[in-house]
Ligand binder design. Structure first.
Ligand code: KG4
Ligand code: ZN
Length: 351
């Protein structure tokens, strides 16, 4: 089964063709990602209107390239999937509408994919991980610990009560003048810094529910930066390294609690999986690897090119759904908010 996947929920225009073999293994036949970073960098963050227009400009070409790289035409595929949310609504509409049009014109099934589900299922594409598994989802908009019971079956164990981890990295980068996107910049600068120079708070440490809070940590970095202003290059490196160390400690502590709760309910997870843009952070990966080793679990982290947003994860989630007979109506509406665990979504809480 081959599926075309389209991703346009944020600042990457992406399309991919992925194959799902009868034994459940996956193969990426093409994966084309066009980053809009340059278009947004002058503004210090993603500008939704610019993003949607850039998706409109690029998407046709990106899809054509995905077919070309896979050496295929529309006749070779069995379904068309698009991220139908959550994300910036203008971009979501662009990708979703395009996918519906392609599916309709080619008379192929259409699958509306939850962008978070696509991050969540990537570990099955890359490593064939079995259900149930513990998932740490860390991206620009989301920070959650989830029990992944099956396709479409997610139980949220914990979430952030304020900023997402990637968002915190982005805000620290902006504060210290490192530009956008912030995560990779902070990590790069932190490599030359002293992680012990500043004793930043480790929010929520030891709390029994595996929730996250990062706003206080962000404020602590700002106050420290103001105190020592004007900051030198060394100061910035030390601030970044100390911030990153605090984030990693917090995430490890929260993940440890999440794992305990998972084990009480499901027994041993088949793996500890990390997904989302922040999964590209090496300090985070090293810490999570140690935690997994201590727990006797294998850590499954996507290869770097599948940590950030991409079409392969959408195509794969589409293929997983299609193989279970799940397809969607062409009237499926785009969703700016779309929590993976609808039952756990509290008003005002992050999806
Ligand atoms: O999953 P993603 O590409 O988009 C969302 O769905 O949000 O994640 C993007 C986020 C951004 O906040 C970015 O700064 C962060 O992931 N990120 C990183 C790194 N690479 C990307 N954060 C820390 N270290 C990195 N190396
Ligand atoms: Zn994402």
């Amino acid at each position: 089964m081959r599926v075309l996947g389209i991703e346009t929920t944020c600042d990457e225009t992406a399309a991919s063709i992925v194959e799902r073999l009868p034994d459940g293994r996956g193969r990426i036949l093409s994966n084309v990602v066009l980053s809009q970073t340059k278009k947004h960098s002058a503004f210090g963050g993603v500008v939704p209107e610019i993003a949607s227009r850039a998706h409109v400009d690029a998407l046709d070409t990106i899809i054509a390239q995905a077919f070309k790289n896979a050496n295929m035409t529309i006749g070779h595929i069995d379904g068309v999937a698009a991220a139908a949310g959550p994300g910036l609504i203008g971009g979501v509409i662009v990708g979703l509408t395009q996918a519906k049009a392609v599916a309709f014109a080619a008379n192929k099934p259409f699958i509306a994919v939850n962008h978070l589900e696509a991050h969540a299922l990537t570990a099955r594409l890359t490593d064939g991980v079995d259900f149930p598994y513990l998932l740490l989802l860390v991206s620009g908009g989301h920070t959650q610990l989830l029990a992944v019971e099956g396709v479409g079956r997610y139980v949220r164990l914990g979430t952030t009560i304020d900023d997402a981890v990637g968002e915190a990295f982005d805000k620290i980068a902006k504060l210290l003048g490192l530009g956008y996107p912030g995560g990779p910049a902070v990590e790069r600068v932190a490599k030359n810094g002293n992680p012990r120079r500043f004793e930043f708070p480790r929010p929520m440490l030891g709390r029994p529910e595996p929730n996250f809070s990062l706003a206080g940590l962000k404020t602590a970095v700002r106050i420290e930066a103001e105190k020592i202003a004007p900051v030198t290059e060394r100061d910035v490196a030390d601030l970044c390294a100390s911030f990153q160390a605090a984030v990693v400690d917090t995430v490890l502590d929260r993940s440890r609690i999440g794992l305990q709760i998972f084990q009480q309910k499901y027994g041993r997870p088949s793996a500890f999986v990390v997904a989302g843009g922040v999964a590209a952070n090496m300090a985070m990966r090293d810490g999570l690897q140690k935690l997994a080793d201590q727990a006797g679990l294998s850590l499954v982290a996507p290869p770097l090119e599948l940590c950030g947003d991409n079409g392969a994860m959408i195509a794969w989630a589409g293929a997983e759904r299609l193989s279970l007979g799940m397809k969607d109506h062409l009237g499926f509406a785009p969703r700016a908010r779309w929590p993976l665990d609808e039952a756990a979504a509290l008003p005002g809480a992050r999806a």
